[in-house]
Design a protein around this ligand. Structure first.
Ligand code: SF4
Length: 473
């Protein structure tokens, strides 16, 4: 797999959802329908992908048809990302392309919160809305394309809504916004403070997905461990029983669905200790995606991030004692303003000591509107790059050694793709799009979504190769 899949700050992915119109799997480019036709471009992180799914579901519910090309669409919606400069550029380019190819373009998503910036480059877009502004997007669509007449049974939307992920895994967004104010990030100014979804509604969605054949649920938010803080962990109801709006209770209920449950964007708070026993018992996957971002106390303070490396190391050690199979993925930023060689070495020491399984790294780049832009002592580009390379060399060494130790082990693998050359899947240790893969050379007698036991026979820095030994029962 390419390196790019390993580089991701906590709130942006390697653009898993990026696509030309439309990402909707059943759409055909030559439609005979009389319904208005909409093209859809979805950019950015899994959280944005979930927003796209929600808009597409609403469009389909109202009878609009989603088409995979610009030319026969009556309008194109571009769901943008605005997290880092390269994402902003990609979003502006996508809007430009949609304008050139189609001409009628609605813009939504994170970059939509900075509409002046969009209008400066693309004054002709029809309308701009901010992130998770579903109702506004729909009212703009209605304004420019009249609501179609619904023909019963012809425009059926699946129970699970429109999904942009393959059938066997799905993102489950549990909240919007964030109460933190990390100085390098503008997400709170774009998406607002934390708003948790009602626990009953999250669990209803999870159950519908599991019933529809989803085998892996990826729990996402800006800060999963803060789930329910905004509603004081109030008691909700699901399946006739009370469930607290809190990460622990949510995980307990999700564990009952019998699918893989993987936690992303978890902060290393003491409350995380409570879910580790469930991981040790196999109720949810022993996998934690925790964006540590740095280890130097001074830099963490400048980033306005909680925690110190000693406390984090203690906690990681304790978790591993409780659950030896635990895999930890994280992301880091190198070259943050004020980072000295000493700070950077502290980070490398932390990395070696923590022995994190999956690690991504970014060189710091200023984001318009972020507080960190006011910090003194910027790190020169060539130093950032050199630190990035040193960081990744250590991370690769750790990853390669950890994967080597898996040779001879049997792992349960969820198949993602089958080609004439063989199958590709992932074990509990790897999340889709961002982590490694397990290759099953010549194995074609499986389907995406199958779970099979595999003996690991070979590894490299990021990926594993194995042979099938027995089906999951
Ligand atoms: S403010 Fe910090 S915790 Fe919140 S979304 Fe941004 S980076 Fe994540």
């Amino acid at each position: 797999m390419s390196d790019v899949q390993h580089f991701r700050p906590e709130s942006v992915s390697s653009n898993a959802a990026s696509s030309k119109p439309a990402a909707q799997p059943t759409a055909s480019s030559k439609s005979t329908s009389t319904s208005p036709l909409i093209g859809f471009v979805s950019l950015g992180c899994p959280k944005n992908l979930v927003d796209s799914e929600r808009i597409l579901t609403q469009l389909r519910t109202e009878g609009y048809e989603i088409v995979p090309s610009y030319d026969n669409a009556d309008m194109v919606i571009v769901n943008t990302c605005g997290f880092i400069d390269s994402a902003v550029q990609e979003s502006l380019d996508a809007i430009g392309e949609a304008l050139k190819e189609n001409g009628k373009v609605l813009v939504t998503g994170c970059l939509g919160a900075r509409d002046d910036e969009i209008r400066e480059v693309h004054p002709n877009v029809l309308a701009i809305t901010g992130p998770h502004a579903y109702e506004e997007v729909m009212s703009q669509v209605h304004e420019h394309l009249p609501k179609p007449e619904l023909i019963p049974f012809e425009q059926l939307v699946p129970d699970t809504g429109v999904k942009l992920t393959p059938r066997h895994f799905a993102y489950l967004k549990i909240s919007e916004g964030c109460n933190h104010r990390c100085t390098f990030c503008i997400i709170p100014s774009m998406r607002g403070d934390l708003v948790s979804r009602p626990v009953g509604s999250v669990l209803d969605e999870a159950k519908r997905l599991a019933n529809a054949g989803v085998k892996e649920l990826l729990v996402i938010s800006q800060d999963t461990s803060a789930y329910g803080v905004d509603v004081k962990h109030k008691l909700g109801f699901w399946d006739g029983r009370p469930v607290k709006t809190r990460m622990l209770e949510l995980c307990e209920a999700l564990a009952d669905l019998g699918v893989w449950v993987r936690l992303h964007y978890v902060y290393p708070y003491p409350s995380v200790d409570d879910v580790i026993p469930m991981m040790a018992e196999g109720k949810i996957l022993p996998y934690l995606d925790i964006p540590f971002q740095h280890a130097s106390k001074k830099i963490l303070k400048l980033m306005k991030r909680p925690g110190s490396s000693e406390r984090v190391l203690e906690r990681v050690q304790k978790w591993r004692e409780m659950c030896p199979d635990l895999v930890i993925r994280s992301t880091f930023i190198v070259g943050f303003p004020g980072e000295t060689e000493e700070d950077f070495n502290e980070l490398l020491d932390f990395l070696r000591e923590a022995q994190l399984d999956r690690v991504g790294c970014f060189t710091y780049s200023p984001v318009e509107g972020a507080k960190a832009n006011e910090l003194p002592d910027p790190v020169p580009e060539e130093v950032k790059q050199e630190r990035y390379e040193r960081f990744m060399a250590v991370a690769q060494e750790i990853s390669a050694a950890k994967l080597r130790a898996r040779v001879g082990q049997e792992m349960l693998v969820l198949i993602d793709e089958v080609t004439p050359e063989g199958a590709v899947g992932r074990s509990y240790a790897d999340a889709p799009e961002i982590d490694g893969l397990v290759y099953l050379t010549d194995e074609t007698d499986v389907q995406p979504g199958d779970k099979v036991w595999v003996e690991i026979i070979h590894t490299d820095e990021y990926d594993l190769w194995g042979v099938r030994v027995e089906d999951d029962v």
